[in-house]
Design a protein around this ligand. Structure first.
Ligand SMILES: [Fe+2]
Length: 168
């Protein structure tokens, strides 16, 4: 019989310890889990919840050309997105270490992922000519978001009173 050291840590389930990017890639690759949910909405960006656990939630989004989010945070949630088809453009609003506001652009192509921490503020859009589909993971689940505007002098500025939506 083995003695268990007093500082032994019981790890939670494997899924709970998986990085959000790994979860997003896993769902992105497993189309049978979400293909029946997929829709395109010509009026606005479309989304559907694929899965929710105590730890995180997984969303499917579709983006017709020109569709986009506004600038937003994720209410303190961290997460990741993986592009399944098309190309998405992410603009990250932040203040650089030297105090300079910046809007940093990332192109996210098929199979690529972007990871974000709890203070991440971004705008995501489909600037391409083809529809795009993406899988997004948020941890913890049931987050809310706050919209922001980008002030060239101050950087991202929360627009309190207009947020609270649960969206991506
Ligand atoms: Fe987002």
């Amino acid at each position: 019989m083995f003695a268990v050291p007093p500082n032994t840590v019981a790890l939670p389930s494997q899924r709970a310890t998986s990085h959000p990017a790994l979860i997003a890639r896993e769902y992105a690759a497993d189309r049978d889990r979400w293909r029946h949910l997929l829709r395109y909405d010509p009026r606005e960006r479309w989304s559907a919840l694929i899965d929710r656990t105590e730890d995180h939630e997984v969303w499917l989004l579709s983006w017709l050309p020109g569709q986009h989010t506004d600038l937003h945070d994720h209410g303190g949630a961290a997460g990741a997105l993986t592009v399944v088809s098309g190309t998405l453009t992410e603009r990250v609003a932040r203040v650089e270490p030297d105090g300079r506001p910046a809007l940093v652009l990332h192109q996210v192509a098929i199979g690529q992922s972007r990871v974000f921490g709890p203070n991440h503020v971004h705008r995501v859009s489909n600037d391409g000519a083809d529809p795009a589909v993406s899988v997004h993971v948020y941890r913890p689940a049931r987050h809310t978001m706050t919209p922001y505007r980008f002030d060239p002098a101050r950087g991202p500025v929360p627009q309190r009173g207009t947020g609270g939506a649960r969206d991506q």
